[in-house]
Design a protein around this ligand. Structure first.
Ligand SMILES: C[S@@+](CC[C@H](N)C(=O)[O-])C[C@H]1O[C@@H](n2cnc3c(N)ncnc32)[C@H](O)[C@@H]1O
Length: 259
């Protein structure tokens, strides 16, 4: 008997090869796939079973998406809920998990490569540089979805950590003014905006907090882009400065003696 379950799969940022092996296997076994059509690469649907059904959730309400999944579970089918990037970030999965649990359906989540890590890869950029930043913040500026007062971007920016912003490129002026209001970032702080990281039409716009809003506007970027801010970005221009302990010949650890 098929288990009463829905498998949530992280599709990755766009490049269909960036889904996990486990996620791809779940897709290949699925009878029904409900996918976030606004961002998921449809090439991932090419390997579904010939008789598998797929539903784009972009135009569905929560109730409609849940109804499709519940009906498929009741018919003994294998269901995949395919989310862009990693499902745990801005994926609205908790409300789906809850609604499914209310109908006695369990969920399994297979993680995916989130946009911030795809953007860092495209830049060839380490986000955690010794002596510069050892913290990465994944956040967004407040838009139609409220952000709790304690996490307003100006407060987050006061840490000066490497900061990755989702869902914010359409509000660049606000992003810049809140980042500066934190009092640690300056107009010279480097910023990279990666649009459609890992897709064929990926575009990278780089600048500083002083000019990034104008550069993004000139490039016509209004959505589906990831913003990375912080001094770590300067390393590609200025060099890394302090080297890591991990590969330091004078630093012993569990897998290597001091040389
Ligand atoms: C609803 S959120 C989903 C995030 C997704 N769960 C993840 O882990 O990447 C959508 C936002 O993610 C970012 N995003 C998603 N895919 C992207 C990509 N390929 N390149 C750049 N940003 C992307 C953009 O900021 C976009 O507005």
């Amino acid at each position: 008997m098929t288990e009463r379950q829905v498998v949530f799969v992280g599709a990755g940022p766009g490049d269909p090869d960036l889904i996990t092996v486990k996620g791809k296997m779940a897709l290949e076994r699925a009878d029904v796939v409900v996918y976030a059509g606004s961002l998921v690469n449809r090439e991932l649907l090419a390997d579904l079973k010939p008789d598998a059904q797929s539903h784009d959730s972009a135009s569905l309400t929560l109730d409609e998406a849940v109804t499709i999944m519940v009906a498929a579970v009741d018919q003994g089918k294998k269901i995949v809920r395919l989310h862009t990037g990693d499902p745990s970030l801005y994926g609205a999965i908790q409300e789906q998990i809850e609604a499914l649990a209310e109908r006695d359906i369990k969920t399994i989540v297979i993680p995916g490569v989130t946009a911030a890590f795809a953007a860092a890869a495209s830049l060839g950029q380490e986000l955690t540089l010794p002596g510069v930043s050892q913290t990465v913040i994944l956040t967004r500026v407040e838009g139609r979805t409220p952000v709790p007062e304690k996490e307003q971007l100006s407060k987050i920016a006061a840490l000066g950590a490497t900061t990755c912003l989702y869902l914010s490129v359409g509000m660049m002026e606000k992003v810049v003014s809140e980042l500066l209001a934190g009092g640690v970032f300056t107009p010279m702080t480097p910023v990279a905006v990666v649009s459609r990281a890992s897709w064929a039409d990926e575009l990278i716009v780089e600048g500083t907090l002083a000019d990034i809003a104008a550069r993004v506007e000139a490039a016509g970027l209004t959505r589906q882009a990831l913003i990375i801010v912080g001094e770590a970005l300067a390393a590609r221009v200025q060099g890394v400065g302090e080297k890591s302990k991990l590969y330091d010949a004078g630093f012993a650890h569990g897998f290597r003696n001091r040389r």
